[in-house]
Design a protein around this ligand. Sequence first.
Ligand code: ADP
Ligand code: MG
Length: 244
Amino acid sequence: MDNMIEIKNLQKKYGENEVLKDITETVKKGQVICVIGPSGSGKSTFLRCLNVLERPTAGKILFEGKDLTDISEKELNVLREKMGMVFQGFNLFPNMSVLENIKLAPMKVKNVPEAQAKKRGEELLEKVGLLDKADQYPESLSGGQKQRVAIARALAMDPEVILFDEPTSALDPEMVGEVLKVMQDLADSGMTMVVVTHEMGFAREVADEVWFMADGYVQEIGTPEEIFEHPKTERAKDFLAKVL
Ligand code: ADP
Ligand code: MG
């Protein structure tokens, strides 16, 4: 498999707070990585470092071979378009309809003609089961529906990889399943995904690799079976005993 993202000696400090100490790992094309770990362990920071929304203090992030920490802002923006992001809080534009939310970036950033952006937007809404909501505004949607729109919006840019930061954490429990289903379909379609999640069932089912983060390091990497059934470090055993 080809390497998609190479993380080399990544370090991130906020003042004296050394959040990421030294992380060297690789995301391969087509892989689904689930990142798990205690709250405050730097998972969100790590994810934001992957597309340099957060500038690493030291280390390199290679995306398709290009070091994102050592290129111009212009080049960075072009490469970032290939890295979709889905947040806990949806971040939809409230003053735009669902379809407008999805069409916006392809039209503005990629100069896709309106008719084409609309067609693609409708296809994506169909894919996430929300075509009938195309003309509604985000406020009229449930949390699960908003998150499915956010995923469709990310897909509209035809990303090479999608980074998810706890996409189901803000949802009422009965809506978690519909979002995980869309993510599972995406994984099955071959999308490369890095998913920070507390949904251990999803990680077990869908992840190719689980990365356990704590204390500034990726402490353990393995298949879901290795991590969940046979964790090696005390840190991971301790964490899993609390969440499983
Ligand atoms: P997690 O997502 O695993 O809960 P975070 O990456 O959000 O962890 O946070 C890790 C640590 O980094 C915390 O101590 C947090 O306070 C700190 N942190 C995160 N973002 C910032 C920021 N923008 N400025 C200062 N400190 C931050
Ligand atoms: Mg977080």
